[in-house]
Design a protein around this ligand. Sequence first.
Ligand code: ADP
Ligand code: MG
Length: 318
Amino acid sequence: MGEFDLIRRYFASQPATDSVPLGIGDDCALLQIPAGQQLAVSIDSLIEGTHFLPGTDPARLAERLLGASVSDLAAMGATPLWFTLALTLPEATEAWLEPFARRLAERARELDIVLVGGDTTRGPLALSAQVHGAVAPGKALTRKGAQPGDLICVTGTLGDSAGGLQTLFDKLPTDATVEYLQQRYFCPQPRLAAGQQLAGFASACLDISDGLLGDLNHILNAAEQPIGAQITAHDVPLSEQLVAQYGEIQARKWALTGGEDFELCFTLPSQHRTLLAELTTAVTVVGEIIERPGIYLQYPDGQLISADPKGFNHFAAE
Ligand code: ADP
Ligand code: MG
C-alpha cells in the first residue's frame, strides 16, 4: 500500500467544522482559534526501544501517545482542541495501522481532541503527537508561582505506572491487579477537569512525568524566590493494587520517584483550600511549600529526611 492510500484509509479527512474549516488532506489544516483565547501547544514523542518495548501492541501505543500529550494541556488548565501526528514506520502494514488508528480515534473522541494532520515516513518506529488547546489569557497554570504556606496537592494515586512497567519486565500473567497497573502505564488519564477547575486558583501546576520529587523540584526551581517543600511521606496516595502487587515499601518508592503517572501536582494558596472539596477528581494534600530550600520527607516516627532534588538518587543508595 502506498503512503497516500494509507493516510486516506486510516486518517481520513472529516467534514468542515467551525473549529476546523479544513482538516486532513491539504498542505495545511486551517484552524479557528476560539475568540479571545490563548493557544497552548505541546509535543511528545515515543521512540521504540527508548520509550516502549519492541513489539508493544499498537493500540496501547496510541492511547499512551495521546494520553501523555493531552496531559500537558491538562497541566496548563487548557481545553483540548486539535492534534497532529508524525508517524515513522519501518513498514506500513494493516496489522499495525488498523488497531493503532482505531484506538487513536476512540481516545481522541473521549478526550475531545481532533486529528487535523500529520506526516508519515519510513524508518525505525517512532510516534509524535503535537497537541493544541485553548486557555483564557492569564488563566494558564504554569510551574512558576508557588509561595511558602501553599498546600502541595496531587491528583489520583502515584507509582502505578512504574509498577505497570515492572509487570511487563517481570512478564507477569495478567490478573485483575496486573491489568490495572498495565492500564495505568499504557493509558494515562489526563486530568483535564481538575486542571480547568484549578485554573486561576492554583499557584503552580505540572503533570508528573519524572516522579513526584523530580517534578516538584521543577516547581521549586521555577519559583521567584528560593523555596522548599515538606512532604508527609505517608500521605502520598497509593493504589491498593500497587501495594498488593509490590508491597508498601516499593510502592512508596515508586510513588516518590517512579516515572510517568501523568497525575497533576499543584500548589494551592491555603485560602483556596475549600476548592479541593469541589473538584470532581480525587485530590490529596501531601505537604506544604516552605521557606527553607530543599525537599524534606516527614515520616510518621518524626524523622525528617532531606531528599535529593533529583529524587531517584536518594533511594538508589538505600
Ligand atoms: P505534504 O507532502 O504536502 O506535506 P503529505 O503527503 O505528507 O503532505 O500529507 C497529506 C495530508 O495527509 C496532509 O494533510 C497531512 O497533514 C496528512 N497526513 C499525513 N500523515 C498523517 C498522519 N500520520 N496522520 C494524520 N494526517 C496525516
Ligand atoms: Mg505540501
